[in-house]
Structure formats: C-alpha cells, structure tokens
Write a protein that binds this ligand. Sequence first.
Ligand SMILES: [Zn+2]
Length: 688
Amino acid sequence: MSKRPSRPVPAAMLAPWKGPFGGVPPWHQVAPEAFPAAFERAMEAQRAQLRRITGDPRPPAFGNTIAALERSGRMLERVTTLFEVHASTLKLGELPRIEAEVMPRLAAFADEIFQDPLLFQRIEAVYRQRGQARLSPEQQRLTWLHYTEFVRNGARLDGPGKRRIQAINQRLAALFTRFSQNVLDEETSRFTVIEREADLDGLSGPFRDAAARAAEAKGLAGKWLVENTRSAMEPFLAYACHRGLRERVWRTYVNRGDNGGASDNKALIPEILQLRFERARLLGYPTHAHWSLEPTMAATPERAVALMEAVWQPAAARVRAEVAELQAMADGEGAGIRIAPWDYRFYLEKLRQARYALDLQEVQPYLQLDRLREGMFWAAGRLYGLTFTPVAGLPVQHPDVSVWAVADAGGRPAGLWYFDPFARAGKSSGAWMNNYRRQERAVRPIVSNNANFLPGAPGAPVLISWDDAVTLFHEFGHALHGLLSEASYPSLSGTAVPCDFVEFPSQLNEHWLLTPELLERFARHHRTGAPIPAELVRKLERAATFSQGFQTMEYLASAMIDMKLHMAGGQAIDPAAFEREELARLGMPEEIVMRHRPTQFNHIFSCDEYAAGYYAYLWADALTADAWEAFLEAGGPWDPAVAERLRRRVLAVGNTVDQGSAFRAFRGRDVETAALMRKRGFLPALEN
Ligand SMILES: [Zn+2]
C-alpha cells in the first residue's frame, strides 16, 4: 500500500468504456499520476469478485468458477491497457517512476491469485469433471488453460514452496528492471563523436543531419554523433567508408552491458538464471527451458533445438559463401583487409548493388506511408473481405494517432484499428501490436499498431524504407489476427496463442507486400504518381534471399544461446565464458556476432516472457514459409479458397484449438521445414 496520500482517480479510468463501437478507451480522461491508486482500486475490485467465487456455496461448476474467473478483473484489464499504452508510447515525466512502483505490485497480485488455495480447489474440481460435464470443446480448453496456468505458477506447492516462488518473482522483477535500465544507460551514455565531415564519407544526407542534431543536443554543435542504438548503428556500418570508425561504432554497440562499472550486466545474469532454475525445479521441471516451452507449439526445448540445428549448418555454409564474395569484392578494390564483423554490412550493400543493381534507396520514393497503408487495407479486403473506414472524433492518446472502423465481409462491425506510426520522445523503439480490448462473443476487438517511422516535413508525404514497409505489413498481420477472431472467451481469442505461433500470421502478412498486384497499385512515386517500375519489382523479388546467411546466423546464434543458457543446470554460469565456449562449440563464424549478446539481451533478461523463447521467430517462420507455399501451390497469393481456409482455421480460432491442429486443418498436414529452407535460399526455390 502506498504511504503517499492517494490521488483522486478520474472515474473514467475505472469505469466500463463509453461511446460508440461498444465503448472506446477514454484517453482524454487519463491522469497518469493516478495510475497507482487506480491499480489499487482495480485489484481490490478483482479480490472482491474472486471472494464471491470462492465463497459460493454451490458445488464448483464451469459457470460459477471458470466463466466467473474469466469475467473477473475487467477493471484491472482496462487500467492495465491505459497504463501499458502510456508506458510504451508516452513514457515521460513521472511515468518511469510510476512504472517502477506498480510492476512489483502487479507481480505480487498475480502470485496472490495463483496461490489462492480455495480458488484453485474449485478450478481443479471443474478440471477433473470436465469430460462428464457437457462442456463445449472451447469450454473444456478454457478449463484446461486456467488449471494449467495455476499449476505452472505454483498453485500445488506447500506453504514454504509458495513463499519461495513469491520471493523469487519479487527479486526477478527488481533484477529485470535493473537489467533493462543498464542497457538503456549504456545506449544513452556511450556514443561515437565524429569531428571531421570527411569522416562521414558514404553516409546519406538524412543520416548526417540526424547525427548533427544528435551532437547539438549533447552540446557538441558542429560535430556529428552516432547514437549507440540499432537504428543508428546499422546504416553507419552499411554505408560509412571510414573503416576505423566502423570498428569503433561496432565495438561500442556490441559491448553494451559488458564494459565493467555500474551499468555492467554480467553479475545480474547468473542470479537471474539461478532463480529461474530454482523456480523451475520447485515446480517440477528439469530446467527453466522445459517450464517455458511446455505450453508452446514446440513443447520441448529439444524440439526447438532440433529445428535450430537443422538450420544452423546451411546458414553457416551460406555465411562462408557470403564472406568469400565479400572478400573478393574488398580484394578487387585493393582494400588490403580481411573481412571483419564491422566490414560485413558495408560490403553486403556493395554486393547487393553489384549483383542485383538494386539500391534500396532507389525504392524509397515509391514507398509513401499513406498509400502503403491503403494497400494493406486493400489486401485484407481481397483476402478476408474486410473494409476500413476512417473514424474522426474518437479520443486518442496523441495527435499522431488515427482510428479506422473495420467491417467484415457482410458489412458487420469487426472492430477498431488504432494507428500510431511515428517516433517521438517517450515512445519505445521498434514496432508492435497491442490489444486494447480482446474479442469475446459479440464484443468486437480494439487493436492498435505502433511504429517509429520518421515523420515527414509538414504537408509532405511520409516516405519509408523497404524494411519499414515490411514492418508495417508484419504488425498489420498481428492486427488482423486480433480483428478476425471469433472466440467465446477472451483468454482464448485472437493473439492469445503461444509465442512460437503468434509470429506466424504476422510474418505471413509480410508476403503480400512483395506482390506485383499490390506494388503496382500502391507503390507510386511521391512526386509523379507513376507506379513503381516493373523492373524494380523484379529486382526486389530476385534479391529476396540476399544476405540470408548473415541475417539467419546473427539471429540464430542469439536464439541458440538463449535456449542453452536456460537448459543449463543449477551451476553458476559465467556469461562471458558461456558465450565464448558455446559459440565455439557450435562453430559460429568469426565474422558475425550475436544479434543480442547476453549482457544486452532484453528479450530474455528484462522479463520472463521471452526467456527460452527467442527461437519462436524461427519456429513461426517455418509455419509461415509452408503456409505461403499453400497459396503458391493453389492459385497464387490471392487464391480465395486458401485465404478463406487461413481465415477460418488459423486467424478466427485464436487459442480455442491447439496450434498443431490449427495448422493441420489449414495445410492438410503437419508443417514441413523444407519450405523454410527454400524461403531463406538454403534450398532451391520451387518451380512455378
Ligand atoms: Zn511480430
């Protein structure tokens, strides 16, 4: 309980949402300083609801226990949505302090529910009778899901065991916050300053302007500053001709969290791993990886590792071939160097231009954000019958945000789509989808897409890069997964699927960007309106598997180390030695480093969600590649029968069926990973 006098909570932060479309988030009535008190009120409200369930004199049944549990905590869900959107897109002023205050309390509240013995007794009773109780398959699955979640979080432990789980979770919450804070410190306090304009040779005008502005902001007017972030590091390494500076920028970036001193993360990693291992053992699992993967499609760490190992060798062979080509290119220039990690991206760009005559900067004038968004809508219309209509006048959390009403093929309301496209202070980096309201029965979902595109000059069209365009379609794939949901219960609806399945609809949606039908209509020159030349589209298609050695290996090494760290036993792990020895054993090419080294690996050390879960992108991409081939084997990308099967068997069902069955119902068989190998260019493409 807070000792500070609690601030009045605006009623709208707690009340069911009002307005059109079944109610919309009341962004204009949120008072951020009231979040701690709002959370207290919402937790108290759910406690009262749970007491009514446990105090019910009737015998436990689906309706009075599982369905009642599913209905509880709606106020907490609404407050959490309002809070999460503030913490991820408006994190200014008091927000970081408020976040540090509420996160441990929410963790403790989750433990309080999972460890409530009376509640668990009732859930277990319903679970035991679920076969005889005339429940629908979806109700049986919901019962299984809640029962399993309780067990996996310690509901069956004795008193000392439960107390130990609580203590571990509290300690982990503190360690996660420190870990991510350290990474952020290393990204903001370390950077590369460039004194002479000649040293910027090779870099674009917009990059130089941004570097000059960054220097000025640090009181270094007249110089250039390369920030220690991925979005600054990647273009610098791809285009800067100054090799010594490339090495400096690269070293600053790859050593984040590994520099000694106050923001070094090496000491935190063994403690996090040890606590996770202890928790997994308490819960009856051999390791944290086994606990973490149990509810996923992969189901065991061994199956995830098997897929990663199957991809490792072809990726390593491709890297060797790429390095040989890069070396030949450098030798041809008389560079007199041996390709090092800070040379890889630089010579890849040169090779892309030499091999495919493709300069991605040539594509950008055709990539207007507004037009591509219309293209996304058009594709969703052609595939799933959806239509999108802009809605004015709804409350938004920032003036950049716009809202569209979505209708299904029969013209019925399908939900709302909020779009928050631009970078700004206080917004997390990257791009993501968020559920504001989950679908259940007739209640339609509210979903959002968020990105960090650079806004254009006032009145000018916003041009985005090819990578940004892929990101746009990716996140929209998550949005469609939410919008097309047809479940009865929110815990089973839309994107509430395991992490190794949730990236399947999103990665699949990326594929419709690179179709001639879409690009001809929607990739139009921002000045002339001319469609993108067919020749340029062909170059993009031909270069689709370019640099897959580098891309795959950079990712795969991180995914493999994540899994191995969480499959290791209880011995104290020295992260530096582990990384070195394990990568040597795997045969990591020395020209590439992990995309995320352990001391900066926020996915796995600043929360539990993705620990032993980074493999998920590869797993889901195997599904994606195989599903895309289902379209190609039929009538092509727009085949209506395959699209309808995808909608009905995968997108609409959410988590109401297990993911293996969903994929089988769509594809007619289990996933075959040869399609993944073809997608990445490790096997020859299919003839079509
Ligand atoms: Zn995604």
